[in-house]
Design a protein around this ligand. Structure first.
Ligand code: AQP
Length: 333
């Protein structure tokens, strides 16, 4: 009988080593990557050239690159199933970004990017050109590997849409060169909000880390952060994004890190107050972090360096083949 060869789709995603990775990054991104490893060819990057779009201390950056790999591994990314590599180790990313800057990317599109507006704030004239061009480098990351699926949190959806537009424009001009990728956003937990301001998303580079539960936070500090998290008026435990945004966010965290879904939690906490709820949520978070950190602490720097080198070798081959084609179609070869 003829053996059926199954061609797996490729997924690509990455995280910047730009701060303390938090449960938002875990719930919105890494936890869904872990589940996708069986079904897809997975490539996960530490996007360090994205991180330098805002100022980084060189020592901290070097340390965080290793830290992010350990976090991937502790979360369950298996280097025997998925490729893990450092973006700056593969020059094709910045080379393709330059070509896409010239063919495909338009100023009018970049002007619409909400993440740029959020990050630049009032200082749009004085931030780096890199911060403005960030989505084009991200498009290059994705398009280099014939990526079909990009699993990200909701904040990155607009950037994946831009990558699609860039790929389509390039293909129209030079013929089929890139696959058109698609963002996959988790239904629940795609946007974990800040603990002290539920209108703002939890961000690893937030200057007030009381807004976030870091994956490497001291356990007792994490417990206190949950106990101090803001709640809404009223006393009922309800999921209502309009009227109870803070509580809804806490319910999402509870469901994502624990074992009960939101409707079940709402039922179980009927008649109980915010105090009881937060105490139990703190226990769930503490248990999650304790297990996570136990795994994290067992991973050596040496192991990380070997994994990154093996990953680099694998993606280098794929990236060079794509770049050769791109250089040819645009006429520099
Ligand atoms: N609050 C969040 N809820 C759910 N998912 C989130 N992600 C980020 N914040 C949340 C997802 O995690 C990945 C991290 O991507 P990134 O490192 O490129 O940066 P980001 O999206 O800008 O994330 P941060 O934490 O806000 O980093 P900083 O502060 O450095 O800018 C992405 O998949 C993102 O969607």
């Amino acid at each position: 009988m003829e053996k059926k060869i199954e061609i797996k789709k490729t997924i690509f995603s990455g995280i910047q080593p730009s701060g303390n990775l938090n449960i938002g990054n875990y719930i919105g991104a890494i936890s869904q990557w872990v589940k996708m490893q069986e079904k897809y060819n997975c490539i996960f990057s530490i996007v360090d050239y994205h991180a330098i779009t805002v100022k980084q201390s060189p020592e901290e950056l070097r340390r965080r690159i290793i830290e992010v790999v350990k976090i991937y591994l502790a979360a369950g990314i298996d280097p025997n199933k998925s490729i893990i590599f450092q973006q700056s180790a593969v020059a094709a990313h910045t080379e393709l970004a330059w070509i896409l800057n010239c063919y495909g990317a338009r100023i009018a599109d970049l002007n619409k990017m909400t993440q740029f507006k959020d990050k630049a704030g009032e200082n749009q004239e004085s931030v780096s050109v890199g911060l403005y061009d960030y989505p084009v480098l991200m498009a290059a990351d994705i398009l280099l590997y014939n990526t079909e699926i990009v699993p990200v949190g909701e904040d990155q959806k607009q950037h994946v849409e831009l990558a699609r537009d860039i790929a389509k424009r390039f293909n129209n001009e030079f013929g089929e060169t890139f696959l058109i990728p698609q963002a996959v956003i988790k239904q629940e937990g795609a946007r974990i909000m800040s603990l002290l301001d539920p209108k703002k998303k939890m961000s690893k580079s937030d200057s007030n880390q009381n807004n976030c539960i870091g994956l490497l936070d001291d356990i007792e500090v994490a417990r206190k952060k949950i106990m101090r998290a803001v709640t809404d008026s009223g006393s009922e435990i309800e999921y209502d994004l309009e009227d109870k945004p803070a509580l809804s966010n806490l319910l999402t965290i509870y469901a994502q890190l624990g074992t009960r879904e939101i409707p079940r939690l709402v039922k179980d906490y009927r008649g109980k107050g915010y105090g009881d709820f937060k105490k139990d949520l703190a226990d769930v978070v503490v248990k999650f972090l304790t297990d996570f950190q136990k795994k994290y602490n067992k991973i050596s720097d040496d192991k990380v360096i070997k994994i990154l080198e093996a990953g680099r070798k694998k993606v280098e081959k794929l990236a060079s083949a794509k770049m050769e084609k791109v250089r040819q179609v645009i006429g520099v070869r």
